[in-house]
Each structure stands twice: as structure tokens, then as C-alpha cells.
Design a binder for this molecule. Structure first.
Ligand code: F6P
Length: 322
């Protein structure tokens, strides 16, 4: 193989740059040229290609965001859009493609792998950590550390005013961020999509904790929860308990910032693994890590199967919060 491409797609995640660096440097080392595709699949369809050499990826391992930029591209959900993308890659002599992102990114890649001779490899990079088959996605560790630091700060002001704070974290339809951040931040309650929450139960628990002497509380709310919007949840609790409630939506600040050492290392390992997978002739796989071991998961499996969250851990976390 002479030439491969690399792109980042979907929500950016800290560590994507470290992935790009690892892909470029490991491919160049093996005598393969690398072309960066700007602005994800949108950029592919516009032919926005840029040659990447070792120097082009210098000084990026520590940077958040993605030097290649990203997009969410509806056209790639259509066979016609993908045909156009495949033609552009073939015209440029690109025989392999590394896609860095989450399940939306892998769905398009899975279809392209079926519809062409291209070799495709996916690197899971999403703060949501919801990619099936890998314990961690690049960006998750940074996001939970960022959110935890925010919660530590909120705890100070919550204590000072004896308030109940509802802190909303990202995660789309999953509660991986909420659960880990909730435990790490010592949250009194964690509301996630994977577990039903009864607001009356929540009020009872809070009331009990006030009786036991707690003066402030932090409730971590996953944005994808099924109880309702965080503001509405807070209003309900305020009304029922006459408590002093506030809401803080952490939002996109969880997506930015310098990647942690753990994310940089994971990105570096998976960047090398993705190039290996392509050069070894694998046609459509996500590379990941399970219990510290490198794994390759077929795209269709990574896209179709749901990554399960350890809800028992949620129950244990309640013991610690009492
Ligand atoms: O998938 C990453 C993520 O940050 C989700 O947690 C969030 O729901 C979504 O992307 C936000 O997307 P956008 O940046 O397009 O608003």
C-alpha cells in the first residue's frame, strides 16, 4: 500500500491530535504516504486533502480539538454520498483510510468498507465513551477530569450557600461520563439514562441527607436521561423540598482542553494499531483496548451492539455518598 488517508469526524475529543500524529508517524515509518482530509466526511466530499508528513504533526500531541477539523455529514448516510467519497479517494490513489470518531463516524466507514475495496480502520475517540468493544475511547479521560474539576469548584460555592446543585454533563444517550464524574466528584445522586430515576425517591433521599446533617448536595445529571431536562428536575426538587437549588450545565467545555497523559497514550497506541490493521489487510475494523489488550472489532459489531454500563457501580456509589 502506497497511500492512506486520515480524518476526524463527529464531536471532537481531546486526544484526536495525538491519534493523527501516531497515524502519520507510524505510516511514514513504514514507507506509506499520508493524506489528511480536512473537516471530516464533509471535507472528503469537497476534496479537501492535505499531505501530512512527520513535521506536519509536530507539537500537536498536547493540543485539544483537531488540527484536521471535524463535521457531522448527512450526505455520507446516503449511498450516493459515499460513492462520491470513494471515487475521490480512489482518484487520489488512497487505498486505506483511518477514521477517528464515534459510532456515526464508524457507520459511514462500515458502509464504505462494504461498498469498495478500501481498507478502513476506526479509532474510537469520543468523550461519551459509548463505543462497543473498547473499554475506553480517546477523550473520555480528559472530559471526566475536566468535569470533575468543575464539580470540585461548584462544591465550594454549594457549601457556602447550603445549596443543591444539579450539574449536567454530556454523554448523548449514555451515562458513562455522569457515572464516573459522579463518583469522582462525590456526588450525592447520579441521574443516568441507563437507570430509571424516580424524582420522589430523589427528594426523599435528599430530605434524609439534610436530616443527617448534610447542608449541600451535588446531583450529576446525564444530558440523555429520561426524567427530563435538568432545569425541570431542579425546579421539581426546589418546589417539593423548598430547597435552594441551582443548575450548572457544563456543556462543550467538557470537549476542550489539553488531553490527559492517559488519553495521549491511548491515542498513540490506537493510532499505531489502526495503521497496523490497514497494512495487514483488514478491511473494516475499529481498534480498541480491552483489559489493556489491543482488540479489533468489526465495524458492524461496534455500530450495532450497545456498550453496557456497570449499573451495580451506581448502586455502590450511593453508599459512598451517604
Ligand atoms: O458526542 C459528543 C457530544 O459532545 C455529546 O456528548 C453531545 O451530546 C454532542 O456531542 C453535542 O454535539 P454538538 O457539538 O453538535 O452540539
Amino acid at each position: 500500500m502506497q497511500k492512506i488517508g486520515v480524518l476526524t469526524s463527529g464531536g471532537d475529543a481531546p486526544g484526536m491530535n495525538a491519534c493523527i500524529r501516531a497515524v502519520v508517524r507510524s505510516a511514514v515509518q513504514r514507507g506509506v504516504d499520508v493524506v489528511g482530509i480536512r473537516r471530516g466526511y464533509d471535507g472528503l466530499l469537497n476534496g479537501e486533502l492535505v499531505k501530512l508528513n512527520r513535521r506536519a504533526v509536530a507539537n500537536i500531541i498536547q493540543r485539544g480539538g483537531t488540527i484536521l477539523e471535524s463535521s457531522r455529514c448527512d450526505e455520507m448516510k446516503t449511498a450516493e454520498g459515499r460513492r462520491k467519497g470513494i471515487q475521490i479517494l480512489e482518484r487520489e490513489g488512497i487505498e486505506g483510510l483511518v477514521v477517528i470518531g464515534g459510532d456515526g463516524t464508524f457507520r459511514a466507514a462500515a458502509a464504505m468498507a462494504q461498498e469498495s475495496q478500501l481498507k478502513l480502520a476506526g479509532i474510537p475517540a469520543t468523550i461519551d465513551n459509548d463505543v462497543y468493544g473498547t473499554d475506553y475511547a480517546v477523550g473520555f479521560d480528559t472530559a471526566i477530569n475536566t468535569a470533575m474539576e468543575a464539580i470540585d469548584r461548584i462544591r465550594d460555592t454549594a457549601d457556602a450557600f447550603e445549596r443543591v446543585f444539579f450539574v449536567e454533563v454530556m454523554g448523548r444517550l449514555s451515562g458513562f461520563i455522569a457515572l464516573e464524574v459522579g463518583v469522582a466528584g462525590g456526588a450525592e445522586e447520579i441521574i443516568i439514562p441507563e437507570k430509571e430515576t424516580d424524582l420522589e425517591d430523589l427528594c426523599r433521599t435528599l430530605k434524609e441527607s439534610f436530616k443527617k446533617g448534610k447542608r449541600s448536595s451535588i446531583i450529576v445529571v446525564a444530558e440523555g436521561n429520561e426524567v427530563g431536562h435538568t432545569v425541570q428536575i431542579a425546579q421539581y426538587v426546589q418546589f417539593r423540598l423548598k430547597a435552594n437549588c441551582r443548575v450548572c450545565i457544563l456543556g462543550h467545555l467538557q470537549r476542550g482542553g489539553a488531553p490527559t497523559a492517559r488519553d495521549r497514550v491511548l491515542a498513540s497506541k490506537l493510532g499505531i494499531a489502526a495503521v497496523d490493521a490497514i497494512l495487514n489487510g483488514r478491511q473494516g475494523h475499529v481498534v480498541g483496548e480491552k483489559k489493556g489488550e489491543r482488540v479489533c472489532i468489526p465495524f458492524h459489531e461496534a455500530c450495532e451492539r450497545k456498550k453496557e454500563l456497570d449499573t451495580c457501580f451506581l448502586e455502590s456509589s450511593k453508599v459512598l455518598a451517604m
